[in-house]
Design a protein. Sequence first.
Length: 80
Amino acid sequence: MQLGTRWAAGAEPPARLTPEFIAQLRAVEADLPPDEEGIAQWTLTWLDGRPVAELDTGVIVTLDHTGGVVVRHDDEDEFG
């Protein structure tokens, strides 16, 4: 795992993320309560060369083995 960076929800994400990945981050942010935007923080790490963005609220955005963007919550079983 490679540590990436942190940024506030609603702020500009790292440029090395794909447009599809960023679009999904924005979709997650659109569902945040107004008092969370700018306060909730994304944490970006890299696992096996793929981005894993986790929001403080427990939402995780990552790529599957085919390169598709996947959104899940940290209490969901990744393999279930």
